[in-house]
Ligand binder design. Structure first.
Ligand code: CO
Length: 213
């Protein structure tokens, strides 16, 4: 059965499409011809963190990949293809890994419970916990520990982006893209830049994962 919300989508879409065409008659035909987004955003699938809305960026500005808890895994052919395409074809200038406080995926990874198939995915975040075990275990305030794991997860997943050959090769050749780690605070709607030092990160990563000449 279709709900009222379902029916409304098409009504709203019609109004939105007509409005956009009224403001700029070439709006859709220009976008149809090409996309030139400056940003690739890797975010969480959570319905409360839509990348375009929280960044205020328009249609065509943002190439997006979302999964549970913004994980960057080299086994994930979907995301690896997104990164390669964004870097080599779209030539994005910035790659952002954006996590969020209150992330259900991160919270689930903190629990010693089994979630079936999802455990394989959460392992990526449990790995982050293992790497930063001492720091996290020293924090006795549960909310602060949860917030910190969200931040550390963003930093580790950003590092995983830097490890990819596409990013390393393009940066050495073109001087872009740079990689950033952000956290969105659902409690107040603010974005926080974790100020990842990309050059430093690249140097660190290249000690082991150097993939360019
Ligand atoms: Co989330």
């Amino acid at each position: 059965m279709k709900s009222d919300k379902y029916e409304q989508i098409f009504k709203r879409n019609k109004i939105w499409a007509e409005d956009a065409s009224k403001k700029d008659k070439d709006f859709f035909s220009n976008l149809y011809k090409q996309q030139q987004p400056e940003f690739l955003c890797i975010g969480c699938s959570d319905s409360r963190v839509p990348a375009n809305t929280v960044t205020g960026l328009d249609i065509g500005d943002l190439f997006v990949h979302r999964n549970i808890a913004n994980v960057v895994s080299n086994n994930d052919m979907n995301l690896m293809a997104v990164i390669q395409y964004a870097v080599e074809q779209l030539k994005v200038k910035h790659i952002v890994v954006c996590g969020h406080y209150g992330c259900g995926g991160v919270q689930a990874a903190m629990k010693q419970e089994s979630y079936g198939l999802l455990d394989h995915w959460l392992k990526n975040i449990r790995d982050v916990y293992r790497i930063h075990y001492e720091e996290l275990e020293m924090e006795h305030d549960e909310t602060k520990r949860f917030d910190r794991l969200v931040e550390l997860n963003v930093l580790e997943q950003s590092e995983n982006v830097v490890k990819t050959p596409y990013v390393q090769e393009s940066y050495i050749k073109n001087g872009f893209p740079t990689v950033h780690g952000w956290v969105y605070d659902m409690r107040n709607g603010k974005l926080i830049d974790l100020n990842l030092d990309f050059e430093q990160e690249l140097k660190k990563v290249q000690k082991v994962y150097k993939l360019n000449e």
